[in-house]
Design a binder for this molecule. Sequence first.
Ligand code: ASP
Ligand code: MG
Length: 458
Amino acid sequence: MKVLKFGGTSVGSVNSILSVKKIVEAIEEPVIVVVSALGGITDKLLATSTMASKGDLAYEKELSEIIARHLDVIEGVIEDKEVRMDVQKKVMALLDELSNIFKGVYLINDLSAKTSDTIVSYGERLSSLIVSNVIKDAKLFDSRKYIKTVKQFNKHIVDFDLTNKLIKETFSPLPKVSLVPGFISSSTETGEVTNLGRGGSDYTASILATALDANTLEIWTDVDGFMTADPRVISSAYVIDRLTFTEAMELCNFGAKVIYPPTIYPVYHKNIPIRILNTFNPTAPGTYISKERVKEEGKAIIKGISSINDTCLITVQGLGMVGVIGVNYRIFKTLAKNGISVFMVSQASSENNTTFAVRNADADLAVQVLNDEFALERAQGDMNDTVAEKDLATVAIVGENMKRTPGIAGKLFGTLGRAGISVIACAQGASETNISFVIKHKYLRKALNSIHDSFFLS
Ligand code: ASP
Ligand code: MG
């Protein structure tokens, strides 16, 4: 069996849903089909919730657009009149519930996390209901019944023991086509509806593939696969045909929004390959992600370049840090306690400073909590005030074949030097699968262009 996940754009219009139908019905083996909400609906549900909670009556207009969008799709994808009326009735019942919840939020001017999670769950509940009536012999399941979460640091994380057990029970015997809403789940402790985070439908598909020992996980999206660089910036970027799990993880953690990063881990664990495919170009080969590392003659030594433009560098510095044990421990403990995520770290061997990268939105809090943590050392003159440099960008080159290949860093920094771009900080882990560096944001485009030319085109 295999698991196919179709994203929001793939189920976002009449034509795309009909492509999904064609793709799924052509498969002979049993399949589980995971769907996202209709493209743009999750954002719209969240925006509408905010409006309603602020007492803005304009939420009603947004809501009526959400309703119209679903009814239009049903009109276009379900030919049989009787089936269509039945689906309309069921969808309207869900939309009525949703309208009542919005009304409540509007009246009491309050939107709790629990209510927001409930509202946003309607996206996938509606899309899965519709698509299950389009694909021949599809059986609809409710992911809230078998994807279970527990709370950790204010986040819902998957309760794998229970989830795996429930999935095995639910899908035995396995129907020819099972239709499953992505993203949504429920709490092990309270039974309340939860979700796996934005982009979480990919993760739903991966969890199912892993629990049921699928032979492949297919992620159907609206691009041909992972690209060598962001095609909006680099017009000569092209599709990468093969990646290892590690390379895919490196690339999607960092900018490339092809898959939701947590997706890779469960299937990696069981060595189930992932294929990235395009619903709008179904015959394209896509990107194949597996354990095997293939070194192809004449191919570039790196696999891809990824970047994030939202970068702030924080530096904790002071001569009093040199040789003192526990400074980094205190830095990262303080950041963790305040829920600040760090995505790059660099420390010179002199130990005189530690620099790390966070999102711009986290910068002020990071500076404040670190200044508090080291208040005594600062007062004694052992350490300086923590400084933040905003409006930067981080770029990473990724590829497992960089391992033990000399000259890659030389080529990278030579290229940047010739382009007149100064590197503010850099990091390479000992796994040698990623070299990351930080530059001024205004140089990002130029940096990506020069590196892409130098590694992929020459
Ligand atoms: N609908 C959810 C979102 O937009 C989950 C997903 O599409 O993967 O984040
Ligand atoms: Mg997605």
